[in-house]
Design a binder for this molecule. Structure first.
Ligand code: AVJ
Length: 320
């Protein structure tokens, strides 16, 4: 490899640069989807959740409001709720309110700004609840060490929003096995998954008519321009989302509209017309398929709740 150019020396986030150059150096160019979620990206994602086309959020919210008492009963009294990737901590609030004397709430998120703002709001809205927030990567055991400050009790990992869908089947298995390794027998997992369905419905959810998802996808290029001294021309890339039935996932890409090159911190990257950057996957599950995944990772599926249209499912599982 060549010596780093001067502009490369000025880059703050070396890991981001390394990941970007590595991903764009592949035959199928790709960027890690975690880079979609900076502050702007997280805001855009919140707007996606309000779109009619993005049915996932409403389907899940309907399931939660309809079956909340049932869920709280399954979880039982004095539980400690752990939420990896909690973000604004909105979804957990009605659950915490419904639970019988919860021991506490432990949100984990990489964004300190979003987490701290949420912690303040939560403390005001749920007085008496012990909240301890952890800033960090939820797949890193380090982020879970703060759990030791709570008294011994039943723990339930709350993982809503179909976040598990961002992971490949192998990585989803690794992540659930990791959650399990942080828990004890009898502890729980309350997790939301989007279900396999008609491709048209799925594709509309990821290529919405208001183009918010397009802006969300392109924001990764804005970020690279701003943080890595790059010159992506946003007008030369189009948002594309399609369902891959064999892989059971919606893939999100950025398509180069013409042959051109881009500079990133002094490195030139070539794009052919029609070539794509793969930016995100959203895996879809059948209930049976997800139960199989749970079983493989040391959980016993207890039950699941779905909406009438069976678009989405919330599963409750217990550590063996
Ligand atoms: C946050 C991963 C659940 O895959 O549905 C939404 C992200 N990307 N629209 C999803 C997303 C484009 C979302 N998850």
């Amino acid at each position: 490899m060549a010596l780093p150019s001067q502009s490369e020396e000025q880059i703050q986030d070396r890991e981001f640069l390394r990941d970007v150059l590595e991903g764009l150096g592949r035959r199928q160019k790709a960027l890690p989807c975690k880079y979609l979620y900076d502050e702007t990206g997280s805001r855009l994602f919140e707007r996606i959740c309000e779109l009619d086309d993005y049915y996932l959020t409403r389907a899940e919210a309907d399931i939660f409001s309809k079956y909340l008492t049932d869920m709280a009963r399954r979880i039982g009294p004095a539980a400690l709720i752990v939420e990896p990737g909690a973000g604004n901590c909105k979804k957990v609030q009605q659950l915490l309110r419904q639970l019988d004397s919860p021991t506490g709430y432990y949100p984990i998120d990489i964004s300190p700004e979003i987490l701290m703002a949420a912690q303040g709001r939560m403390a005001a809205q749920l007085p008496g609840l012990t909240i301890r927030a952890a800033v960090g990567d939820f797949s890193d055991p380090e982020a879970w060490t703060g759990l030791m400050d709570f008294p011994a009790c039943k723990k339930v990992v709350f993982f809503p929003g179909s976040t598990i869908g961002n992971f490949s089947p192998q990585h989803a298995e690794d992540l659930l096995a990791f959650f399990k390794s942080m828990l004890q027998p009898g502890d729980g997992l309350l997790i939301g998954t989007d279900l396999v369905k008609d491709a048209v419905v799925l594709e509309r959810a990821y290529a919405d008519s208001e183009h918010v998802t397009a802006a969300f996808n392109k924001n990764i290029l804005v970020r690279i321009n701003n943080e890595l001294n790059a010159d992506f021309d946003l007008a030369l890339f189009a948002h594309r989302a399609f369902y891959h039935p064999l892989r059971q996932r919606v893939e999100m890409h950025l398509v180069s509209l013409k042959t051109h090159s881009v500079h990133i911190a002094g490195t030139r990257v070539y794009f052919e017309e029609g070539e794509t950057i793969h930016t995100e996957n959203s895996h879809k599950y059948s209930v049976a398929g997800f139960n199989c995944l749970l079983g493989k990772t040391g959980f016993t599926p207890v039950c699941h709740w779905s909406d009438i249209q069976r678009r989405y499912a919330v599963h409750y599982a217990q550590v063996n």
